[in-house]
Ligand binder design. Structure first.
Ligand code: NDP
Length: 423
């Protein structure tokens, strides 16, 4: 953010010829009027804030590193998420850049390499992932393949000596999660799970509100992430590749966010699952899931996910003094955050103004900064393993019709690294 006070003071100093080193002064010295031509601060150029909100860039690429100084990423699996969200997001990242590709589709890889200026000798097949070791430009490997393949690709990347960012869900079993964590630990590399919600600005503000007491005591949460999933032949509908249905794919956002809001770990789950009989999409994986998490403070999160209903992604945090609702909560964009409270006996509701930012770019930059500064990611492998542990309990609760108790895990943010910094 620009320090408005500093900027206006600088212009004022320039206009009275006070000898400051700002651009306005040099403008005066050159006989030009003392307009603000930009100030150099810590090696970056700052301009005054835009006059109109319509001039504000949604994601101004301020304080970005020069391309050659950014942390290099290899993208593994060139599917929809990789090509439609992640690769374009590098343009809004400040510290990360794509330098290599791994794919089983040579034609597609060639086309993408040409589009992003990636050298032909930085394009690899899955079988060749060990060769990443010989490419020093690659510091992080980002695994974006179907869920059941995450383990083999994460392990291959770790063995090649590279830090790893892995898409959610981490893997279909806790044993897989542990193997991935162990491979990264043995190789001395970092492992981050791509839980973009924990980097998205509206979600972070909702979490801040809940934890700061601004809503009073938050005792109820409601989380919905529903979509109408199409093709029965897609890997998401095949258990061996997906691990499960709507729960690990979209319900996981509800689970992970509910855990992140208060920072507590749930101590009990109950759940119901129902899939429409005869629908070819649900021969192997589940459709509708509702689950309830009980936290040590007494807070309860009610969550639901669906693969057969119209898209809806919303979260509501209910506190003793106020409630906060985030619409499009788990979508790629379009988030809003609205807070309602009783003030002087009247219900007041208003939207909190939060600058939209590309959450994939924020996530890439966080991983890049963790590598550079040698810090644990906010969402490390252990965070993914904990979600898998709880999802296994959710399936058990639905199967048995009984509540399932979870091991007590005292403390807050037990599995998380430090919060991402602004830069
Ligand atoms: P896609 O099916 O669009 O792409 C997956 C890619 O993986 C394929 O294009 C292919 O790339 C590669 N692949 C390798 N082996 C296989 C295989 N046996 N079957 C199919 N594909 C294979 O999936 P998504 O991009 O939607 O999802 C990929 C991962 O990202 C999943 O883990 C998913 O959960 C996660 N995801 C996360 C989202 C988020 O918001 N964080 C949103 C969407 C997905 P190639 O041809 O290059 O080999």
């Amino acid at each position: 953010m620009i320090d408005k006070t500093a900027v206006s003071r600088r212009i004022a100093l320039a206009s009275i010829g006070a000898g400051a080193a700002g651009a306005g002064v040099s403008a005066m010295a050159q006989g030009r009027p003392p307009v603000d031509l930009g100030t150099v601060l810590n090696g970056k150029v700052l301009f005054p804030p835009p006059a109109a909100s319509s001039e504000v860039q949604p994601s101004p690429p301020r304080n970005a590193d020069a391309p050659t100084q950014r942390v290099g990423f290899a993208i593994v699996g060139l599917g929809k998420l990789a090509l439609e969200q992640v690769m374009p997001a590098f343009a809004q990242a400040k510290h990360a850049r794509p330098v290599a590709l791994v794919s089983g589709s040579p034609d597609k890889m060639q086309a993408i390499a040409a589009q992003y200026g990636i050298a032909a000798d930085a394009c690899y097949s899955y079988a060749d992932m060990a060769k990443l070791r010989d490419n020093p430009a690659v510091q992080v490997v980002y695994v974006i393949t179907p869920n059941a393949l995450h383990r083999q690709h994460v392990v291959a990347a770790a063995r090649a000596g590279k830090h790893v960012l892995c898409e959610k869900p981490m893997a279909p079993s806790l044993a897989d999660c542990h193997a991935m964590i162990e491979a990264c630990r043995a190789a001395g590399v970092k492992l981050m799970i791509a839980y973009r919600m924990q980097y998205q600005p509206h979600a972070r503000e909702a979490i801040r509100l809940a934890r700061s007491g601004a809503l009073g005591a938050v005792t109820l949460m409601d989380m919905i992430n529903n979509q109408n999933q199409g093709d029965p032949a897609q890997w998401r509908q095949i258990k061996a590749l997906a691990g499960g249905g709507s729960l690990p794919d979209v319900g996981l956002y509800c689970l992970n966010t509910a855990r992140a809001v208060l920072g507590e770990e749930p101590i009990e789950v109950s759940a119901q699952i129902w899939s429409p009989p005869g629908d070819p999409r649900f021969r192997e994986v589940e459709d509708n899931v509702t689950f309830s998490l009980r936290f040590p403070s007494g807070a309860i999160a009610n969550c639901m996910s669906s693969y057969s209903t119209h898209r809806l992604a919303r979260l509501t945090l209910m506190g003793s003094d106020a409630s906060a609702t985030m619409e499009h909560a788990f979508d790629y964009q379009g988030q809003t955050l609205r807070v309602s409270r009783l003030t002087d006996g009247k219900e007041q509701a208003g939207e909190i103004g939060i600058e939209p930012k590309n959450q994939f770019a924020l996530e890439l930059d966080h991983m890049a900064q963790c590598v550079r500064q040698n810090i644990t990611p906010r969402t490390p492998g252990e965070e993914g393993a904990q979600d898998q542990r709880i999802m296994e309990a959710i399936y058990e609760a639905a199967r048995t019709g009984q509540r399932v108790r979870l091991a007590q895990m005292p403390g807050l943010d037990r599995f998380r690294g430090p919060e991402p910094t602004a830069e």
